[in-house]
Design a protein around this ligand. Structure first.
Ligand code: NAD
Length: 431
C-alpha cells in the first residue's frame, strides 16, 4: 500500500492566504515533524534559528568606473553534525529569509543524505545577467574577502547554486588561498576539475534527482519507459535531470527556463536542447523543438512526472489543484509551498521532497572535499556508483519512515533529519 501520498479527508480552505516566505514554509514542516518525533523544547529552540547570520556590504568597481555596493549574505544554520555546507546564489531575489530557509534545508539535506556536515547558504543580491565577467569576478572576490573568517575547510564550505558554478568557485579558491598563504582547494566544492574538483560533481544533482525518481517509480509501480515528464528550469539541475530521465526511457514532453517553456507531446530531444542552450548564451529562447507555452502551463500538463528544477514557490495553493502529474520530484529547493503540500497530498500525488531528491549534489561535494583532504582522486564510475548508492539508501530510509508514521515523504524526511541532528546536539552537550 502506498501511504507516502496519503489521501487526507480534511476539506481544505483554499481561500486561506498563503505566505510565500520560504523560511515560514520550512518552519511549518519543521514544526510538524518535531511534533511527531516529540522533539524536546531545548533542541527545538536551538534549531529554529540559525547559529550565525552575516550580512556584508560589498563595494565593487564596475566597468563604467563607478562604485556599486552589493549586499551579500552567509547564514550558518547548524554545525552540530560537522562543518556547515551550502551553495552561493546570485540573484536579484536573494534576501535574508530566502537564505535562512536555504541554510536550514542544507542542515536537513546533509542529515538525510547521512553526510557529516551541518547547513549553510550564501547569496548576493545582484543580476548576474547584466554584469560582465570582470564585474562578477570582482564581486566574488569581494565576497570571499568579507567572509574569509567564516569560510574554512573545517568551518564552512560554500558551493555553487543558482547562477554560480565552477568559474566562481575557482575565484573563491584563488582569493581564499591568497589570504591564507597556502593553496586551499577544500574551502569550496563544485570547483573545476583542474583545481581539485571531483569527477561527477557537475551532473551529481540531476543524476541524484533521477535516482530518486527511479526509486519512487518502483514503489508506485510506474513504468518509466511508458512515463512522460515535464521539467521546469534548464540549468544545471533541470537539464541533467531531463538527460538522465530520458536515458531511463521517460519521454520528456516539456522543458523551460526563464525565457519560456516548450511542449512537444512526441518528446523533446534533450541532447539537442542542451546543445542549443550551450550555443545560445545558456538560454532556450528561440528553441524550435516544441510549441511555446508558458511556465505556468508546463506545471499543469498531463504528465506522469513533474520535476520543478528552477526556483521556490512554483506550486502554491493557487495552482496545486491543477497539477496532473502523479509524481513530483523536487530538483529545486522549495518549489512547493506548505499550503500546496496539503492539496497535493489530498489529491494523492507523491512528492519526493527537495531535502531528499536533490541531495546528490551535496553528496558528491562531500566526495570532492574528502578527495581534496586525501589528495587522491576517484574515477567517475566510482563517484557515480557511490553517489547512486547513497541516494537509493536515503530514499529508502525516508520511504520506510513515511510508511511507519503514515506521513508524506516530506514530513518523513524532516523527521529523519531532525532525529539525526537532535542526537548530535544532545551527545555534544552544552555548558
Ligand atoms: P542554474 O542557475 O544552473 O539554473 C536555473 C534554471 O532555472 C535556469 O535554466 C533558469 O533560466 C531557470 N529559471 C529561472 N527562473 C525561472 C522561472 N521563473 N521559470 C522557469 N525557469 C526559471 O541553477 P541550478 O543550479 O540548476 O539550481 C536550480 C535549483 O536547484 C535551485 O533551487 C537550487 O537551489 C537547486 N539546487 C541546485 C544544486 C546544484 O548542485 N546546482 C543542488 C541542489 C539544489
Amino acid at each position: 500500500m502506498i501511504t507516502a501520498g496519503i489521501k487526507k479527508k480534511k476539506a481544505l480552505d483554499l481561500s486561506q492566504t498563503e505566505s510565500n516566505n520560504p523560511y515560514e514554509s520550512m518552519m511549518q514542516r519543521f514544526q510538524e515533524a518535531a511534533k511527531i518525533i516529540g522533539l524536546d523544547e531545548e533542541t527545538y529552540n536551538i534549531l529554529k534559528s540559525p547559529d550565525r547570520q552575516y550580512l556584508v556590504s560589498l563595494p565593487v568597481k564596475m566597468d563604467n568606473g563607478k562604485m556599486q555596493v552589493f549586499e551579500g549574505y552567509r547564514i550558518v544554520h547548524s554545525t552540530s553534525r560537522g562543518p556547515s555546507k551550502g551553495g552561493i546564489r546570485y540573484s536579484m531575489d536573494v534576501n535574508l529569509d530566502e537564505v535562512k530557509a536555504l541554510a536550514a534545508w542544507m542542515t536537513w539535506k546533509c542529515a538525510v543524505a547521512d553526510i557529516p556536515y551541518g547547513g549553510a547558504k550564501g547569496g548576493i543580491t545582484c543580476d548576474p545577467s547584466k554584469m560582465s565577467e570582470g564585474e562578477l569576478e570582482r564581486l566574488t572576490r569581494a565576497y570571499t574577502v568579507a567572509l574569509r573568517d567564516v569560510f574554512g575547510v573545517d568551518k564552512d564550505i560554500p558551493a555553487p547554486d543558482v547562477a554560480t558554478g565552477p568559474r566562481e568557485m575557482a575565484w573563491i579558491v584563488d582569493e581564499y588561498s591568497k589570504l591564507k598563504g597556502e593553496f586551499t582547494p577544500g574551502v569550496v566544492t563544485g570547483k573545476p576539475l583542474h583545481l581539485g574538483g571531483s569527477e561527477g560533481r557537475v551532473e551529481a544533482t540531476g543524476r541524484g534527482v533521477n535516482v530518486a525518481t527511479v526509486e519512487a517509480a518502483k514503489k508506485m509501480k510506474l513504468n518509466l519507459s511508458k512515463a512522460t515528464a515535464a521539467v521546469q528550469g534548464f540549468g544545471n539541475v533541470g537539464s541533467i535531470t531531463a538527460k538522465y530521465m530520458e536515458l531511463e526511457g521517460v519521454r520528456i514532453v516539456a522543458i523551460s527556463d526563464h525565457t519560456g517553456a516548450w511542449h512537444n507531446p512526441k518528446g523533446i530531444d534533450i541532447q539537442k536542447a542542451i546543445a542549443f542552450r550551450n550555443e545560445n548564451n545558456g538560454v532556450l529562447k528561440g528553441f524550435k523543438g516544441g510549441k511555446e507555452i508558458t511556465n505556468e502551463e508546463l506545471l499543469t500538463l498531463e504528465v506522469s512526472i513533474l520535476a520543478p528544477c528552477a526556483l521556490e514557490n512554483q506550486i502554491s495553493r493557487k495552482n496545486a489543484n491543477d497539477i496532473k502529474a502523479k509524481l513530483i520530484v523536487e530538483g529545486a529547493n522549495g518549489p512547493i509551498t506548505a499550503g500546496a503540500d496539503e492539496i497535493l497530498q489530498e489529491n494523492g500525488i507523491i512528492v519526493v521532497p527537495d531535502i531528499l531528491a536533490n541531495g546528490g549534489g551535496v553528496t558528491v561535494s562531500y566526495f570532492e572535499w574528502t578527495q581534496n583532504r586525501f589528495g587522491y582522486y576517484y574515477a567517475v564510475d566510482e563517484i557515480h556508483k557511490r553517489a547512486d548508492r547513497s541516494m537509493s539508501r536515503a530514499f529508502n530510509n525516508v520511504w520506510k519512515m513515511s510508511q511507519k508514521y503514515k506521513v508524506s515523504l516530506r514530513i518523513a524526511a524532516y523527521m529523519f533529519a531532525l532525529e539525526k541532528v537532535a542526537t548530535a546536539i544532545k551527545s555534544r552537550g552544552s555548558y
